[in-house]
Design a protein around this ligand. Structure first.
Ligand code: ADP
Ligand code: MG
Ligand code: ZN
Length: 524
């Protein structure tokens, strides 16, 4: 068409590309990628010392070497867990004066396992050992050994032990040991994905057997779950020394508070012994937190020193949760007051129940109200009567609603959980039901999570357990109903006081209910 219309056309064929150019343009990007890949491969294997190949760098231990001088934590900072401390002082002494022990032919333990509930100071203790020992201290968390690639963990363990042996005398610290040390077997099979963990564990076992006890390498481990550890880890020659780090008693708590208030300006009236007295069950981490919260409160309130009120308010915040600003209608408030009042009245009137320390209808955290009961002393062992009393106190809230309103609300969810937990424990773990008898029928933890319900008890037994749990709860519910109905007037008086003051402490709560604290069966 253009030619026919006599238009000037200006078009040239494109210049021919050489063969080389064509190849370069079409394969260039691919070549670049390949080159890059090779480059990274080289670098990785170079850094890994060649031996490990691609995995070389992966396979190296990530344990941190803590230099003695840099570690500022010492045994001075650890308090209230003397037995555990003494064991470790001995370990430190061995590392400092090995001759003293070898002269007498004593063999030093290879492994020391610290076990105990979270926050009791296991990691702290290990850090103190690092500070005191004056030898290289390799610190690693067990989860750092585990990677998606099977074999990496084992290789890291090997590397860690080799480094420590070269630096001996030295200490290896593996925190949260249960991450790799869980009993092998169990949920094996297709879905397991536990190969890596098992290999890592095997490597630790091998290394602990392998090194010469005279070499002066001591392995420290820490765990919250000694019950799930592989028995092979615990046999003599490996973690042959087990140190139970227990929650502190009142005297221990006072010492821990002293440690954590060392740098705080305390008002003269602050009585640490009394604070320790009122915090049963708290561990070192809780107490450190308490001291810090008190200091924060004091700063916010513009105090020169940390006062007693700062401590009590901080404790309230920690134990009961922070206040929540929601506005409740009058009817809701009254119902909550009856619920909490019900817990409190039952707590005050039931023999064996812990004394009521505080009743509050201020919403905090998840809860719309709180009734706090704590024992006078630390408790380690509970009688059947005390457990039944706990069930009644927990049921008291719901029962009061029932008795007063004839209807119930959703507010008892956690109470019901607690009641069920205690009753189930009584039947299936503590041998407190005659029908089930002196046998454990609770599912063992750590066994076969893939096959729930595959516990070694028959279905008939399980049904019996359920029936017994129900019977215990029903019995206690009936007794609680009776108690609340009989003491309806006391409950009403307590509720009026609660609606007026929102929070009542021990003395006021007992007074409002017209119950003599000293004569109450709770303290009998
Ligand atoms: P875990 O036993 O869980 O390893 P940690 O050692 O990490 O507990 O403790 C956490 C914090 O709690 C510590 O850093 C320390 O401030 C405080 N703490 C715990 N136990 C003690 C104790 N016995 N003495 C002094 N402080 C403690
Ligand atoms: Mg720890
Ligand atoms: Zn409740």
């Amino acid at each position: 068409l253009l030619e026919r219309e006599d238009v000037t056309i200006n078009a040239e064929p494109p210049g021919e590309r050489s063969l080389l150019e064509t190849i370069l343009f079409s394969f260039g990007p691919t070549l670049l990628l390949v080159a890059l890949f090779i480059f990274f491969l080289r670098r990785a294997s170079g850094a890994g010392g060649g031996a490990g190949g691609v995995l070389g760098q992966f396979g190296r231990s990530r344990a941190k070497l803590v230099e003695g001088e840099k570690q500022t934590v010492t045994f001075e900072d650890v308090a209230g867990i003397e037995e555990a401390e003494e064991e470790l002082v001995e370990v430190v002494d061995f590392l400092r004066n090995p001759a003293k022990y070898s002269k007498l032919g004593a063999r030093i333990p290879r492994g020391v396992l610290l076990s105990g509930p979270p926050g009791t100071g296991k990691t702290l203790l290990a850090r103190a050992v690092a500070g005191e020992a004056g030898v290289p201290f390799y610190s690693a968390s067990a989860s750092e050994f585990i990677e998606a690639i099977v074999g990496v963990g084992a290789s890291r363990v090997r590397d860690l032990f080799r480094q420590a042996e070269e630096a001996a005398p030295a200490i290896i610290f593996i925190d949260e040991l249960d991450a790799i040390g869980r009993a092998r077997g169990g949920a094996g099979g297709v879905l397991s994905g536990h190969d890596e963990r098992e290999q890592t564990l095997n490597q630790i076992l091998t290394e602990m057997d392998g090194f010469d006890p005279a070499s002066g390498v001591i392995v420290l481990g820490a765990t919250n779950r000694p019950d799930v550890l592989d028995p092979a880890l615990l046999r003599p020659g490996r973690f042959d020394r087990r140190v139970a780090v227990q929650p502190p008693d009142a005297a221990g708590r006072e010492k821990i508070l002293k440690v954590h208030t060392r740098s705080l300006p305390l008002a003269d009236e602050v009585d640490l012994a009394q604070i320790a007295q009122s915090t049963p069950g708290m561990v070192g981490a809780d107490l450190a937190n308490l001291a810090n919260e008190a200091a924060l409160l004091a700063a916010r309130r513009g105090h020169e020193r940390v006062t007693r009120a700062d401590f009590t308010d901080a404790l309230e915040k920690i134990v009961l949760g922070a206040e929540r600003k929601i506005v409740l209608g009058d009817e809701d408030r009254r119902r909550i007051a009856y619920h909490e009042g019900g817990h409190a009245i039952v707590g005050m009137l039931t023999p064996g129940a812990d004394p009521v320390r505080k009743v509050s209808i201020i919403p905090r955290g998840q809860a719309l109200g709180v009734t706090l009961s704590t024992p006078d002393d630390d408790r380690f062992n509970y009688s059947q009567e005390e457990l039944r009393a706990k069930i009644r106190v927990s049921a008291g809230g719901r029962v009061a609603e029932e008795v007063v309103y004839g209807s119930v609300t959703t507010g008892a969810e956690s109470d019901i959980q607690q009641v069920t937990g205690i009753a189930r424990g009584m039947v299936s773990r503590w041998g407190m039901s005659d029908k089930v008898g002196f046998v454990t029928v609770a599912a063992q933890q750590g066994q076969s999570p893939l096959l729930p319900g595959a516990e070694p008890v028959s279905e008939a037994t399980q049904e019996l357990v359920d029936a017994e749990v129900r019977r215990i709860v029903d019995d206690e519910l009936d007794a609680t109903r009776e108690l609340v109905a009989e003491n309806r007037e006391r409950l009403d008086r307590l509720v009026e006081a609660l609606l007026e003051h929102e929070t009542l402490d021990e003395v006021d709560a007992y007074a409002a209910a017209g119950i003599d604290r000293a004569a109450a069966p709770a303290s009998a």
